[in-house]
Design a protein around this ligand. Structure first.
Ligand code: SF4
Ligand code: MG
Length: 317
């Protein structure tokens, strides 16, 4: 039941809360060891906030993140510092996430310094090893981020995340800032690394075509809530929620004779400050009925771990 509400404050001398941005509004899900869990939704749906909550980079307003039986919010700072070794993140923007004043060696070495792993010589050796693992030349160690392309920078970001041998890596739109031709290379690299080292990925993306190739299970988010969650195969062959159907129909199909109906999603995602009543999706849903404005749908398991939240699927409606 993970929640993150950012208070909106007004007033200069006497600040008072005048509302909240409900960025994440009651998420419950499990991520299995060794799998890739895709988290998809349009921008502003709360997926990056979710990633940060999972790693405790943000404190949840409510709810818990439990990792290997431990409630992360109950750890003291020293325990949490140790725990960070297991939980790493790859960021969206390889241009902004690398410190321009540090060279590649210093950047990749940083987590080893923070966690006090190995002697200086061992750290340097590990950096060379990591550069090799992500497909970069060891001679890059002394160079600076501006000397590299977007794809190379993202490889440096990946090497930094791998340095401390984490168990879970949150990948926050790791390819969306890259050229399409480079995206596949980075996704392939992430897959190879997972096979070799057994990482668990939480892979955040704004469109389904990116997570399709990599995810075992996928959760679709809309305005801070999960609207559908299923295995990759189920979600693509048998989508249940009107929002998922719309997202799927907007993926370009390689076969031009494929006659899938294209569902156009009109308008933007409504503001998470005052989300629409009832089902949050009713303002954009082509199947919306009057009841959708009043009643909130529940996320229900319709079999084989295929969850969806739509009133039309619920019994009696
Ligand atoms: Fe559409 Fe109503 Fe289902 Fe919401 S509950 S997705 S508005 S049909
Ligand atoms: Mg984001």
């Amino acid at each position: 039941n993970l929640k993150k509400h950012f208070p909106i404050k007004k007033g200069i001398i006497f600040e008072k809360n005048v509302g909240a941005v409900k960025a994440v509004d009651g998420l419950s899900f499990t991520v299995n060891k060794g799998e890739t869990f895709g988290l998809v939704g349009e921008s502003g749906c709360g997926k990056s906030t979710t990633g940060r909550l999972l790693l405790q980079l943000l404190k949840p307003t409510e709810g818990q993140v439990i990792f290997e039986g431990k409630d992360l919010s109950k750890l003291n700072p020293e325990e949490m510092r140790k725990m960070r070794q297991e939980l790493q993140m790859i960021f969206q923007d390889p241009y902004a996430s690398l410190n321009p004043r540090k060279n590649v060696e210093q950047i990749i070495m940083e987590p080893l310094v923070i966690h006090n792993i190995g002697t200086m010589e061992e750290k340097k050796k590990r950096v060379k090893e990591l550069l090799d693992i992500v497909g970069l030349d060891a001679s890059f160690a002394g160079r600076y981020p501006h000397e590299f392309s977007g794809g190379q920078r993202q490889r440096i970001g990946i090497a930094r995340a791998l340095a401390v041998k984490p168990k879970i890596i949150v990948c926050d739109e790791p390819v969306s800032a890259l050229d399409v031709s480079i995206q596949a290379q980075i996704i392939n690299l992430l897959e190879e690394l997972q096979e070799e080292f057994g990482f668990t990925y939480i892979f955040i993306a704004h469109d389904l075509s990116v997570v399709k190739h990599i995810s075992d299970r996928i959760a679709v988010m809309y305005l801070g809530k999960i609207v559908e969650l299923a295995s990759y195969a189920e979600l693509f062959s048998n989508p249940k929620h009107p929002y998922t159907k719309a997202l799927l129909s907007s993926i370009p199909v390689p076969n031009p004779r494929h006659k899938g109906e294209k569902i156009v999603l009109e308008g933007d995602v409504p503001s998470p400050i005052n989300p629409p009543s009832g089902c949050h999706f009713h303002t954009r849903c082509r199947q919306a009925k009057d009841i959708c404005k009043q009643k909130s749908p529940k996320l229900i398991d319709y079999g084989n771990g295929h969850y969806a939240s739509c009133l039309l699927l619920e019994e009696g409606n």
